[in-house]
Ligand binder design. Structure first.
Ligand code: FES
Ligand SMILES: [Fe+2]
Length: 432
């Protein structure tokens, strides 16, 4: 049935058919053709520091385990026992297995790299077609695994570009994410927020790139932040109010932002927060200067970005050290996981600022996040209406400029969304 979807009929110049967001057959095809082909973010190597540490993740519809073995190598294995298919560990779990994975059903055991170790009643398999050396009785590996400075990605497809080629221009965002640490390394810390959205995964991904929504969508939260600040008589807004009220900036502010778009649907935008000059920020700057020298420290901090989108699976925020990960569950259900990172070698207060940012903007109880999630749901429900049928992406269409493979556009352009659909079309039609 999937091959009968005529992808080109769902796309017009600067608009897309709403069934792209609501048709379960299209969702299934996306899981095969996009999430089954692209490099998908799995996890960060700091989450599994010791041999036997593991986390679970989803790649499209596949449940996988990322585990470190005793040589230090990282493996990404399908979370499926080769006996009768039981999941070896519960989805969403993380933990430690000292030497072996042991299936909870009939106790087959597997080494950290997935190799079958032992099966109970082994003598009773003699003279049958079972062969413990046959790889099909071990935990299968996903086709490809690669990492960039600790960020581990996997692809279910044996073919395709290598990770660096796939990341292209947005590799600089991951680079800056790590360079901002005086030790050049980051580590996941502080747990994870999980937000289940009743809307299609693309709606979330598009909103990361939609600067024109902030003033309307977040009016309730930024007005409340301004009233609170006034009531307190504060001359300078505290950090948490500052980041909430920033959504109320006027049109001219959003228009001066710059977008960069890249192959495979990736993009990033320039920062919407100025380099702070408070005591903590200055101490952090000093730690960077000590590690890298003054000139390099200035250049690292000058690479200041708000959202980066690594299509289709994650979005690092380099200035506030957080990573949002998109796990589509169904055509109308999307799990978004939000991780916070510590910059190794930076003052501890900086990590507290990261947590504050994540709490204020991304936690399930955030006054900002609920605005967005409500709108994602309204968009998804609105698509059930049979009028209209087409979803507009016209804003600043035709005004982008391509320079050396990078598409440049101004702040309220929907270029990044159109760029995502350029990639979507290529994946869905089998070109990638
Ligand atoms: S299903 Fe895993 S040992 Fe039987
Ligand atoms: Fe928003």
């Amino acid at each position: 049935m999937q091959s009968t979807i005529a992808v080109s009929q769902l796309l017009r110049t600067d608009e897309v058919h709403q069934s792209i967001y609501t048709d379960p057959a299209i969702f299934d095809r996306e899981m095969d053709m996009i999430f089954g082909k692209a490099w998908i973010y799995v996890g960060h190597d700091s989450q599994i520091p010791r041999a036997g540490d593991y986390i679970t993740a989803r790649i499209g519809k596949q449940s996988v385990i990322m585990v470190r073995d005793k040589s230090g190598a990282i493996h990404v294995l399908y979370n499926r026992c080769p006996h009768k298919a039981a999941k070896l560990v519960p989805e969403g779990s993380c933990g430690h297995v000292r030497k072996l994975f042991r299936c909870p059903y009939h106790a087959w055991t597997f080494q950290h790299d997935g190799t079958l170790c032992a099966v109970p009643f082994s003598k009773r398999y003699e003279g049958t077609g079972f062969d413990s050396a046959d790889p099909r009785f071990s935990m299968p590996h996903v086709a490809r695994v690669a990492s960039y400075r600790g960020f581990v990605f996997a692809s279910l497809s044996p073919d395709g570009p290598d990770l660096a080629t796939f990341l292209g221009g947005v590799i600089s965002s991951l680079e800056n994410f790590c360079d901002r640490a005086p030790e050049g390394k980051v580590a996941v810390a502080g747990g994870v927020f999980r937000v289940l959205q009743r809307s299609n995964w693309k709606i979330f991904l598009e909103n990361l790139n939609d600067t024109a929504h902030a003033q309307a969508t977040h009016e309730s939260s930024f007005v409340a932040a301004r009233h609170t600040a006034q009531a307190r008589g504060a001359e300078k807004l505290p950090f948490e109010l500052h980041i909430i009220e920033g959504n109320g900036e006027p049109n001219s502010f959003w228009e001066q932002i710059e977008w960069s778009g890249f192959d495979y649907g990736h993009s990033y935008m320039t920062s919407i927060f100025n380099a702070p000059q408070d005591e903590l920020s200055m101490a952090y700057r000093a730690s960077l200067e000590k590690a890298y020298g003054a000139e390099r420290a200035v250049s690292i901090l000058a690479t200041s970005r708000h959202n980066t989108t690594i299509y289709p699976s994650c979005s690092p925020h380099t200035s506030f050290q957080q990573l949002r990960v998109i796990r589509p569950l169904a055509v109308d259900r999307t799990l978004v996981e939000i991780f916070t990172f510590r910059l190794l070698g930076a003052p501890e207060g900086l990590f507290q600022r990261t947590l504050t940012y994540s709490n204020v903007v991304n936690s399930p109880s955030s006054v900002v996040m609920v605005d967005d999630v409500d709108l994602y749901n309204r968009v998804h429900e609105g698509m059930a209406n049979e009028t209209g049928q087409w979803v507009s992406q016209h804003r600043r269409a035709g005004f982008e400029e391509t320079v050396g493979g990078e598409i440049k556009a101004d702040g309220v352009s929907e270029m990044p969304i159109r760029n995502q659909f350029t990639a979507w079309k290529r994946y869905m039609s089998g070109e990638v």
